[in-house]
Design a protein around this ligand. Structure first.
Ligand SMILES: O=C(O)[C@H](O)COP(=O)(O)O
Ligand SMILES: [Mn+2]
Ligand SMILES: [Mn+2]
Length: 568
């Protein structure tokens, strides 16, 4: 994450030797969470939905259709058991590079101990003697925003180095991990805290929490009310639900049977002592550590803790002298937060920098929930424009509802904006992201997700038609799987049921994702190379740079395409 204050590198694109500049715009279309899963039963919403456009891309032009890896080490994650996600996926799509991502960098900082020698850690350590250390974040082993094993190592590191009083503020998951798993994670954390009391005499307690989609972890300013609920619970010790015990809190708020709430949406709670006082409000001089490594859902809460001037909601009390750190610096341009434990991935010379330095005009659009994906993540975790003259970013406001209740989301509006941008003749590159397969997929609602996939397929067809009409070239792909598997499975692949109800899968998948290229403006001889069977998302950057008519910068992963009728 470099800052825009660095002198910009001089980045020159050279013409491709056989693919001429595109006569019309190059459309890059991201279907968020649309995997190509080999398991094609009724729980694969991509497969089960009516998707004539994507089906035809695969069937009618097989040498212009393939899949690429979107998970694990191919996108900079620690292991191939790690599913892909929007952050690492869009980083790769926008930068043409595979970099070690947050999850891996934190693992390394814990293994080598460098985390405990960082300036950020020294700041936290100032609170060990006579103040409280608060840890706030997503409690699960999803590995998308955080990992419980890293949190436990962090806790032990603090205890071994003299922390005396620790309070945990936990967001329950059920989105990157199965719904219902949060009780187990809370029990596990309680076990860790008991171990710290036994081995190091640490007074450690869970102090507050709530579901990640309802408390604290908003993103892209979709709904600041979510962050306020978190502030009230974590800092002020105020929530509509008060319990003496965190396991009881999560079990009760979740409820049972048909009216059970998803872990993602639990109401905020605080833990109180025998007298009814909150056990862990955040006070002057305390240390606060946000333990998520991923940025998007930590930016707003970071602003609430860091900015003295702050208007998004009334904080009522702003503790003074806080020792506030993030697991990482979440926004390099804003330098937010100022203090952090692990330096974030450095993603330099991203495609957006190349495009503006070569005068290419770009249009990027999505709805709020994915807006930062096609801008901030795409640009290597940089907020703002590289060049406002050459770039137009359009955000369509998302609804604030569970998306199975509105599975169309803003697909139609995004489609219209993309068409208009192509018709306008103002842009050489138009990129859009459709949020539906991912956001509806995360609800675990199979029918709604099928509807979402069918609508997105229609929108893609409309965009491709317009792209052809204006003599453009197009590339359709996705950032990771999600909608392609909507059920939890046994190791053998069979669906798991509770009684006769299938157990929903709300998380992403390990599936590869489709890539299709085409367009009236594309030379006939362009097709996918056969020699890159293990290609991943980072290979797509060079591919759209070729579609624009340029050669791929040397240090980027190679392009997926070749022109077998050179000069035509
Ligand atoms: O934050 C989320 O919504 C999920 O944890 C991951 O989804 P995304 O990576 O597609 O944003
Ligand atoms: Mn995504
Ligand atoms: Mn997702």
């Amino acid at each position: 994450m470099a800052s825009s204050s660095e002198p910009p590198p001089r980045l020159v694109l050279t013409p491709h030797d056989s693919i001429t500049p595109s006569p019309g715009p190059v459309l890059v279309c991201i279907l968020d969470g649309w995997g190509e899963n080999k398991n094609k039963d009724e729980f694969n919403a991509v497969h089960s939905a009516d998707t004539p456009c994507m089906d035809a891309l695969a069937e009618k032009a097989p040498d212009r259709y393939r899949t690429v890896q979107a998970h694990g080490v191919a996108v900079g994650l620690p292991t191939n058991a790690d599913m892909g996600n929007s952050e690492v996926g869009h980083n790769a799509l926008g930068s043409g590079q595979v970099v070690d991502q947050g999850a891996r960098l934190v693992d390394i900082a814990l293994e080598t101990g460098s985390m405990f020698e960082s300036d950020g850690w020294r700041l936290v350590a100032q609170a060990f003697e006579d103040r409280t250390v608060h840890l706030i974040g997503l409690l699960s082993d999803g590995g998308v925003h955080s990992r419980a094993d890293q949190v436990y190592k962090l806790l032990r590191g603090a205890a071994e180095r003299g922390a005396k009083r620790i309070r945990m503020h936990i967001l329950t998951d059920g989105r990157d991990v199965p719904d219902g798993s949060s009780v187990g994670f809370v029990q596990q954390l309680e076990g860790e805290l008991s171990g710290l009391a036994r081995d190091h005499g640490v007074d450690g307690k869970i102090a507050s929490g709530g579901g990640r989609m309802y408390v604290t972890m908003d993103r892209y300013e979709a709904d600041w009310g979510i962050v306020k609920r978190g502030w009230d619970a974590h800092v002020l010790g105020r929530a509509p639900n008060r319990f003496k015990d965190a396991v009881e809190a999560v079990k009760t708020l979740k409820g049972e049977g048909a009216s059970a709430k998803s872990d993602q949406w639990l109401e905020p709670f605080v833990i109180v002592d025998e007298e009814g006082s909150p056990v862990g409000t955040i006070e002057d001089g305390d240390a606060v550590v946000l333990f998520n490594f991923r940025a998007d859902r930590m930016v707003e809460i970071s602003k609430a803790f860091e900015y003295e001037e702050f208007a998004a909601f009334d904080r009522e009390r702003f503790p003074s002298g806080l020792r506030f750190v993030g697991m990482m610096q979440y926004d390099g341009d804003l330098k937010l937060p100022t203090n952090y434990l692990v330096p974030p991935p450095l993603i330099n010379r991203v495609s957006g920098q190349y495009l503006v330095q070569n005068g290419i005009k770009t249009f990027a659009c999505s709805e709020t929930q994915k807006f930062g994906h096609v801008t901030f993540f795409w640009n290597g975790n940089r907020s703002g424009y590289f060049d406002e003259e050459l770039e137009t970013y359009v955000e369509i406001p998302s609804d604030n509802v569970p998306f199975n209740q509105a599975p169309d989301m803003k697909a139609r509006e995004i489609c219209e904006a993309g068409k208009e941008a192509m018709f306008s003749g103002r842009y050489q590159m138009v990129r859009v992201n459709f949020a539906n397969p991912d956001m509806v997929g995360h609800t675990g609602d199979l029918q709604a997700t099928m509807r979402a996939c069918a609508l997105v397929d229609k929108c893609v067809q409309e965009l491709l038609d317009v792209c052809d009409e204006v003599n453009g070239r197009w590339l359709v792909t996705a950032d990771h799987g999600n909608a392609d598997d909507m059920v939890q499975r046994k190791k053998t692949g069979e669906a798991l049921y509770h009684g006769d109800v299938p157990l929903p899968l709300t998380s992403h998948t390990l599936a590869p994702v489709p890539v299709a290229v085409g367009g009236k403006g594309l030379p006939e001889g362009v097709r996918f190379r056969q020699d890159l069977p293990k290609a991943g998302l980072a290979n797509i950057t060079g591919t759209y740079i070729n579609l624009l008519g340029f050669a791929v910068p040397d240090f980027y992963e190679p392009s997926l395409i070749e022109n077998v009728q050179e000069g035509k």
